[in-house]
Write a protein that binds this ligand. Structure first.
Ligand SMILES: N[C@@H](CCC(=O)N[C@@H](CS)C(=O)NCC(=O)O)C(=O)O
Length: 216
């Protein structure tokens, strides 16, 4: 199986965490793919031309990071996705919130690449409001996070790591909105939970630019 993705050791990648926790990380070949490089043939595997994309040994592709996560969880029998039950819906909703916050940070990132004079402050404000509301919800819910790791927690950890990935252009974009953009402030429970969970080996498992795995 070939995983096409953008490796970035600066933040937690949900597919890598699931691959590691499910015990299937060594069954994957990791192929660094930049979706923004027109020369790349990603569109052949995934019409949406997005990473992550998982290409199976028979050439069929699975895409949508969360679908890839569920596939790897099923392959490894690891139960990071709970079976149908009320708990599953709680976990899956948390999964969507965490993943949505990550995607919102990507949108802010893309906006920050525009020349500073062209930054759309109203657009950035709208995206940032989602981040603030999401973080406040997670601070409220954090005491109830299950002791066992699940896909909801993995996606929340991914989002928080993305918020910690503080590159200068994002700071410039957010400066008229929230100059510190420090998610930990006023959210001590979430911060404590994150500091503990990011010590798990799976959260530190990564892949370098050549596709070589770096085990914690
Ligand atoms: N939440 C989605 C996000 C996929 C996504 O938007 N990936 C970006 C990573 S930078 C991408 O490939 N963008 C390329 C594009 O939008 O053309 C997932 O996990 O599959």
């Amino acid at each position: 199986m070939k995983l096409r993705f953008t490796p970035n050791p600066n933040y937690i990648h949900k597919v890598l965490v699931v691959a590691y926790e499910a015990g299937v990380a060594d069954r994957l070949t990791y192929v660094r793919t930049s979706p923004f490089d027109d020369a790349v043939d990603l569109g052949r595997d995934n019409p949406l031309s997005k990473v992550p994309t998982l290409v199976l040994d028979d050439g069929e592709a699975i895409y949508g990071g969360l679908v890839i996560c569920e596939y790897l969880d099923w392959l490894g029998g690891s139960r990071l996705f709970p079976p149908p039950s009320p708990v599953r819906f709680t976990v899956m909703t948390r999964m969507v919130l965490g993943d949505g916050l990550f995607d919102t940070m990507v949108l802010l990132d893309l906006e920050s690449w525009r020349p500073k004079a062209e930054h759309r402050v109203d657009y950035a404000q709208r995206q940032w409001d989602k981040v603030v509301r999401g973080l406040d919800r997670l601070e409220r819910d954090a005491p109830g996070f299950a002791a066992a790791l699940d896909i909801g927690q993995i996606c929340v950890a991914g989002a928080l790591s993305r918020l910690d990935y503080r590159v200068k252009p994002i700071g410039e974009l957010l400066s008229p909105i929230d100059p510190t953009y420090e998610w930990r402030r006023g959210r001590p429970t979430l911060a404590r939970w994150y500091d503990a969970i990011k010590q798990r080996p799976a959260m530190r498992f990564t892949v370098d630019k050549t596709g070589t795995t770096i085990h914690p």
